[in-house]
Design a protein around this ligand. Structure first.
Ligand code: 1HE
Length: 258
């Protein structure tokens, strides 16, 4: 399924685990890696119920492989950016929820990749930056669409104008990650969450990753209609009816106080 030594794919039970395995270059993403990432997410086995993306070495991902950047004209640059869009769209709107396990540098295109995932679990070593601003370039992997939806336009503007780096705690506070874990444990926590997510009804997961973000972009009156339709579809599945029966008959877990 994947012959690129810079990225590793394996199934761990029902979780598709994707690791960036280019630690000597801090998992910087070259064209081949982006193509492999897309291929992996376009061809997930039917047994996959959730996915985890992680990086080997001390950093999640140093972003675009800057040695790739030289000598592109405007047209080639646009196609390059679009290749990232296509790959990361497969991550965001693929068949299963994706959890990013973050540590060390989550910068530039690394943050763009993380922001295409549905859940970001960071450990205390994580730090976030968008050095594009100070390198004389601009985000090209969907960052200007996805990152403001996490932290707002003002914070992203600041990161790019000033080169501001958020540490792990501040990253969680502003919404770059939903979870903050002790150093060295983000992968284990991501796997725990992925397994839990994989136990949800598949249609609910599908609605959460493919429909919820679209509803959030719609005007309210259209959003309410879309919601009513996906809600009706989800609850009509036999699995949904069974899950509700299980609760009513005392076989399903109650919601516990956190
Ligand atoms: C790289 C890259 C890279 C490292 N492209 N080769 N991203 C950046 O501007 C971030 C650039 N990287 C860094 O700031 C640092 O490398 C890190 C903070 C991530 C890690 O620091 P450190 O001290 O652990 O590693 P290092 O010594 O800087 O790097 C180790 C090697 O990786 C070194 O190569 P070597 O041959 O000298 O060993 C580095 O050159 C190489 N390396 N990062 C290429 N990014 C779709 S558009 C997206 C636009 C962007 O992402 S722009 C932001 C790019």
């Amino acid at each position: 399924m994947n012959s690129n030594p810079d990225i590793h794919f394996e199934m761990q039970d029902t979780v598709a685990v994707v690791r960036l395995t280019r630690p000597t270059k801090r998992n910087a993403l070259n064209d081949k890696l982006i193509a492999s990432l897309r291929h992996i997410f376009e061809n997930l086995p039917a047994t996959a119920k959730a996915a985890v993306i992680a990086g080997d070495g001390d950093h999640f991902c140093a972003g675009l492989d800057l040695s790739d950047l030289q000598e592109r004209d405007a047209g080639q640059g646009m196609h390059h950016s679009r290749s990232w869009h296509h790959a990361l769209e497969r991550v965001q709107y693929g068949p299963v929820p994706v959890v990013a396990a973050l540590h060390g540098a989550v910068v530039g295109g690394g943050l763009e990749l993380a922001s295409a995932c549905h859940i970001r679990v960071a450990d205390e070593s994580a730090f976030y930056a968008l050095p594009e601003g100070t390198r004389g370039i601009f985000v090209g992997g969907g960052g200007s669409v996805r990152i403001p939806r996490l932290i707002g336009v003002a914070r992203m503007t600041d990161m790019m104008l000033t080169g501001r780096v958020y540490n792990a705690a501040d990253g969680e506070r502003v919404g770059l990650a939903q979870y903050l874990e002790p150093k060295g444990t983000s992968f284990a926590k991501a796997m725990e969450l992925a397994k839990r997510i994989g136990n949800n009804a598949p249609l609910t997961n599908y609605a959460l990753i493919n429909v919820l973000p679209r509803i959030a972009e719609q005007p309210a009156d259209q959003g309410f209609i879309t919601e009513s339709m996906i809600s009706a579809i989800a609850q009509s599945a036999p699995e949904a009816k069974q899950r509700v029966r299980d609760f009513l008959e005392g076989r399903a877990a109650k919601v516990q106080q956190a």
